[in-house]
Design a protein around this ligand. Structure first.
Ligand code: PNS
Length: 162
């Protein structure tokens, strides 16, 4: 049986920290489905279509991954995709409360779907999509934290909305 994990998130935008988790997750799982939450109620910088395209560009070096979108409950999507696990990265202690709460709720909703946490590489411990957007919005240099194509897209996006 193939070991499949869902790696869910907003990916608004994808960062080097996400890529680090995918790279290490692929050592544990036969396949990772990188799944973007498609939730119209959640305000994002990039549209879901733009985020799919950015993931395709940034993850083209990996085989055994698939990029998809989902809405509704994550555990239902995991069952639909025949995945046994949800993969999440854990950075600093500040992530713990939110991640723990989400993992416990997911387990209550479906005991067959297991959450697996991987520690983010030390280099990326303070890298998040939100902090990157905050820095880039005011002209900060984010190129060491995201793939080069993403750096360009973020710069262009802020230019077009300002
Ligand atoms: O990158 P993010 O924004 O931290 O990812 C959050 C995500 C997409 C994993 C989470 O919001 C999610 O799974 N949403 C789907 C709805 C759901 O199943 N919620 C879990 C019960 S709390």
């Amino acid at each position: 049986m193939q070991k499949i994990a869902i790696y869910p998130g907003s990916f608004d935008p994808i960062t080097n920290g996400h890529i680090d988790i995918i790279e290490r997750g692929l050592k544990l799982f036969d396949k990772i489905i990188v799944a973007i939450l498609n939730n119209a109620a959640k305000e994002t910088l990039f549209s879901v279509e733009e985020r799919v395209e950015m993931l395709e560009t940034s993850l083209k070096q990996f085989s055994n991954i698939e990029i998809d979108t989902f809405d509704g409950l994550l555990v239902d999507y995991a069952v639909e995709r025949k995945a046994q696990a949800v993969l999440r990265g854990m950075r600093a202690v500040s992530d713990f409360d939110y991640e723990f709460q989400m993992a416990l709720m997911n387990r209550r909703l479906n005991r067959e779907v297991h959450t697996v946490f991987l520690m983010t590489g030390l280099r990326w411990i303070f890298t998040s999509s939100s902090i990157i957007k905050e820095a880039a919005r005011y002209g900060g240099d984010i190129k060491s934290m995201v793939p080069s194509e993403i750096n360009q897209k973020v710069i262009e996006k802020f230019r077009s909305v300002s």
